[in-house]
Design a protein around this ligand. Structure first.
Ligand SMILES: C[S@@+](CC[C@H](N)C(=O)[O-])C[C@H]1O[C@@H](n2cnc3c(N)ncnc32)[C@H](O)[C@@H]1O
Length: 185
């Protein structure tokens, strides 16, 4: 009895260590943790997505799926795509997608810098300044059909925000909406 309880405890510690190290490894490698957007940010982003027509919505770094799952449920007629490199967040969101039977949601375990944006209409970001710099460059040099970019907290360099919502939080955090019809270099 004591041995079986000890084995269970060791297995649990092993699993917790495995999960923690996997998340820490991805965070260090990618430069950002899979922290989801806050509820306030989500509702502001959703409010902006509401006015973007019917094209494909792409979350660059979909994390645990907090944004893409809610948005895929909200717009069953729109395609929603998530790119996520961190294994456990990607696995978790893929399982939730399966359980909920979200046929309009596609989750890729892939680097979004290498993604083809030719079918994307709206890009969603909750990233960090260097990533926004790279995305800005990608939008300027690659052919795409992206019409809008919505970013939680981080501005898109070289582009002028069409609308900025200030969240009702301690930092008055911004959520930006960019119109990406042509590059502004
Ligand atoms: C702060 S989370 C945002 C999660 C979600 N978009 C949200 O707003 O709730 C950023 C995510 O981007 C992922 N990420 C960072 N760089 C990436 C890359 N090059 N390709 C794919 N995913 C990436 C990270 O693993 C992390 O899960």
């Amino acid at each position: 009895m004591i041995i079986s309880e000890l084995l269970l405890l060791i297995s649990l510690i092993f699993i917790v260590l495995l999960i923690t190290s996997s998340i820490v490894y991805s965070t260090v490698k990618l430069g950002i943790s899979p922290m989801p957007s806050s509820n306030k940010a989500y509702f502001s982003m959703m409010q902006l997505v509401d006015k973007t027509g019917s094209g494909t919505i792409v979350d660059l770094g979909s994390g645990w799926g907090n944004f893409v799952i809610r948005i895929a449920k909200r717009y069953p007629q729109r395609q929603v795509v998530g790119y996520e490199l961190s294994f456990l967040p990607w696995l978790t969101s893929s399982c939730i997608k399966k359980i909920l039977g979200l046929k309009n949601l596609t989750l890729h375990r892939k680097n979004f810098y290498l993604a083809d944006f030719s079918k994307a209409s709206v890009l969603i970001c909750y990233l960090f300044p260097e990533a926004m710099e790279k995305i800005s460059h990608k939008l300027q040099v690659e052919k795409s059909n992206v019409s809008f970019l919505i970013s939680n907290n981080f501005a898109l360099p070289s582009w002028q925000a069409y609308r900025t919502i200030r969240l009702n939080d301690f930092y008055k955090s911004p959520v930006y909406l960019y119109k990406i019809s042509k590059a502004e270099t």
